[in-house]
Design a protein around this ligand. Structure first.
Ligand code: HEM
Length: 462
């Protein structure tokens, strides 16, 4: 189904372009509806029907989608000078400002240099104890037979942990308000993508109650962050948290400058939000999958019991819990918390024999690639044994990319692995979870992949 069309290049020249295969253009409207209604199935179907590259339009917006690991590696790693971040995340700028997730170009490169030291191994390994003790005090409150929405529980737990590790502060009050506001923002995010930028800016100024509540929650958290920045600047103390690190960081590659308060605020807000929701989703899906696969759950318990023998896990245990890591790897294959990434080209790029003009939006989907039967035989089966070192070594590096790749790769990856392992180990040591009858489990792809109706599970003490 090859199509050609006249397009205008960046230099204003008209050229005839051959598009990769994809749904017919007169389906544009239907396409938009379908891809919004059930994006996960839509991307799976694009791959199944059109192969390693597909093209579709939503309204008048063209999208190219890549599914081949070689191409994905090129897009994220090798072509990083020829692409910039996609525009979808720009809609979160009212909240995140110019933090790492949303900033671009040289500004992003400088900020990344300044934030990176906060994530050095020596720096973050001390957080393992904070994570374990928060998980422990959480699980001590649980009751045998109690039914909990595990998604909500994990969200609260990871929010408190990021508050403590980022600000050395219990931010439960502010955090729960912001958590709820962000929830509403995420629900509206897809809708906001349908609006052109100028309309989006106008809508943000409308006196809608939902926007006012949202702004109030941001203002509360902003007040707290600025107050903490001020205190830290005045005392010059290093609290051992990520905020201290952001404030002390010096750009010794260029001009020895430090972050302004506004930059530190944007980075802190970005880490606060990017640093909990994804990990909470990974854990939620993991508990759900373990409940469906008691044989894997039993193997996990065996490892935890023999390595930890009832004590809390610490950083040094990471290397001794290989099956725990394999369970999490497989869970993030099936339910990647970041289910798609996008880039915009700033030079013409060639993929699969097609030339993608400057300004193209190029997408790829972790969810679709992680379910490709050419890469993962029987892809809908949960099987942690896919992650033995031997099996892993057989696969392309970009057959699995829950943390993205290249210069925009997740800066919190090591933090996230440590947190996921420590929390899973701390909680599964004492508890099994069983899905409540009638609980509908539907993945909802917003910015992250979360369960649409939550996941209510009954706790069973082990
Ligand atoms: C399971 C947990 C997590 C997953 C699956 C995840 C996934 C991702 C992915 C896929 C990206 C790249 C997006 C792109 O290329 O467009 C990303 C970026 C980022 N993540 Fe994570 N993340 C996780 C946890 C965390 C944590 C714990 C933090 C911080 C404490 C964090 C902070 C960030 C930041 C700041 C960026 C932007 C990096 C940049 O562009 O330079 N993430 N994450």
């Amino acid at each position: 189904m090859m199509e050609t069309q006249d397009t205008t290049t960046a230099k204003g020249e008209v050229s005839s372009t051959t598009f990769p295969p994809g749904p017919k253009r007169w389906w544009n409207f239907l396409n938009t509806m379908e891809s919004r209604k059930d994006p996960l199935s839509y991307y799976l179907r694009l791959r199944e029907e059109y192969g390693d590259i597909a093209f579709f339009k939503q309204g008048e917006m063209p999208f190219y989608v890549l599914f081949d690991p070689d191409d994905i590696q090129r897009l994220l790693e090798k072509e990083n000078k020829n692409v910039t971040k996609g525009e979808g995340l720009d809609r979160t700028k009212p909240l995140l400002g110019e933090g790492l997730l949303t900033s671009k170009g040289d500004f992003h490169r400088r900020q990344r240099r300044l934030v990176l030291p906060a994530f050095h191994r020596q720096r973050i390994q001390g957080y393992a104890d904070v994570m374990a003790s928060y998980a422990d005090s959480y699980q001590r409150k649980w009751q045998d037979g109690e039914v909990l929405d595990i998604s909500e529980e994990m969200m609260k737990l990871t929010l408190q942990i990021v508050g403590k590790t980022l600000f050395d502060r219990d931010v439960s009050d502010e955090a729960s308000k912001v958590g709820k506001a962000v929830d509403r923002l995420l629900q509206g995010w897809w809708l906001s993508l349908l609006l052109p930028q100028f309309l989006f800016k106008i809508v943000l100024k409308l006196p809608l109650p939902v926007l006012r509540n949202f702004q109030r929650s941001i203002d509360d958290l902003d007040k707290l962050i600025y107050q903490l920045i001020q205190e830290r600047r005045e005392s010059g103390e290093d609290h051992g948290d990520l905020l201290s690190m952001l404030l002390h960081s010096v750009d010794d590659e260029e001009d020895n400058s430090q972050m302004t308060d506004q930059q530190a605020r944007d980075e802190a807000m970005t880490l606060f939000l990017a640093g909990h929701e994804t990990t909470a989703n990974a854990l939620t899906w993991t508990f759900y999958l373990l409940a469906q696969h008691p044989e894997c759950e039993a193997k996990l318990h065996e490892e935890l019991d023999s390595v930890l023998q009832g004590r809390l896990p610490g950083y040094d245990d990471m290397a001794n819990l290989p099956y725990t890591r394999m369970v999490l790897s497989e869970s993030m294959r099936m339910y990647p918390p970041a289910w798609m990434v996008g880039r915009k080209s700033i030079a013409p790029l060639e993929f699969q024999g097609y030339t993608l003009p400057t300004g193209s939006t190029i997408l790829t989907s972790q969810y679709a690639v992680h379910h490709d039967e050419r890469l993962y035989p029987d892809p809908w089966t949960f099987d942690p044994m896919r992650w033995t070192p031997e099996e892993k070594a057989k696969r392309h590096k970009f057959a699995y990319f829950p943390f993205g790749g290249g210069i925009r790769r997740c800066i919190g990856e090591a933090f996230a692995w440590m947190e996921a392992i420590v929390l899973l180990a701390s909680l599964a040591q004492h508890w099994k979870m069983r899905l409540e009858p009638n609980q509908k489990v539907v993945p909802q792809p917003l910015i992250t992949l979360r369960p649409k109706y939550g996941i209510k599970m009954k706790l069973e003490r082990r």
